[in-house]
Design a protein. Sequence first.
Length: 422
Amino acid sequence: MFDSSAQSSMLGYFYQPFFALQILMSKDIEECDNAQIYIENIDDIDFQMGNNHLTLYQNKHHINRQGSISDKSEDLWKTLRIWSERIKNNEIDINNTTFILTTTVEASTDSIASKLSIDKNLRNTQQALEELIKISGEGVENKNKRLLDENIRKHVNEDYYVSFDSLDLQLKTKLVQNIYILDNQPEIENVQNNIKQILRFSVRREQINYFYEKLVGWWFSKVINNLKENNNIPITYSELHEKISDISDEFKKDSLPIDYEFDFGDVTVEYLSPEQKNFIKQLHLILVNDNEIANAVLDYYRAYMQRSKWITEGKLYINDLSQYEQRLIREWEQVKSKLENTRTISSESDKINLGKDIYFQVGDLKLPICSSGIHSNRGFYIMRGSYHILSNSLRIGWHPEYIQKLSINEKQEEGLDMEVES
């Protein structure tokens, strides 16, 4: 059965990293060269400037803007409780902290939320404070009555009221003065579109989605690693700016993006179809060890996926790929010819050693698929994997008699299949 509350919660979790990325991308480099951001540290999002001023964000995401931010809404009071507890526990310096509650719903007219708006024409912190004190006081009074009368039910916000009410007047005043409620904030898909809009000056129009995927993939990887390691390491503005610059270099006209440098680490031989295992048979002919075969499988798979992505995204045409493969074949022929002319081959062991030397020398070549500078020190899996793709189609090989041996093996396998069937 479809659970809309689970869907809303999941979108809320995804919303935070996207919103944090938008915050960091939206700031001026002159203003925020030393800025840094944390996710799920003190608050949903902590944004810190070079002067150590801290801005805490609480994000409330509602699907299709359902819900409200009324005077007694749970979103408002749950947030106030979080901030009140942080203050009581001396986790933050209230004099050097701005508190921001963002919500995708609209604040009611003349509500507490509207009086804490960033709009100077609506903002009235004194009235907001008075109303918050009144509501929280009534909540504490109701709790005291409930403890004496079991017929009185506990209010959903009771703990939140008690927490805010426990602050002294000076702290309440300072907290409320530093709160800003931003209503009608963009929902998650609009935040994603905002990020793409910011990126439009970094890449050609037709490549924005591809660029966005790479940036968001890196961003989420950073966020997940920080959460998993619980290391409280921020993501800095400079780091983000550098990453965007690096990706921009990949999208220059003479370049190709490198997407899978560290992906598919769990891919093994079992992931491959029977038609994709000829290159492994070729490696068995020269008796390479299991670790080398595992590395070859990764290179093959990454190169296969990378080339497919380039073609799908219109970054690489079949004719260009064919020309690259012809170049690889020419270099393989050069290595093979030189080694064959320096060897005396008189036994199967000699042939195996020759094949190994061809394989490892070809693997050490530096033959990037494009002239872009980034391919001079990254993405080596593309060349190695492309050689395995060529090997898989038997257009190249390592053992000097690879075609004959694989043909014999294939016939033997066919014979075994026929015996099993009979």
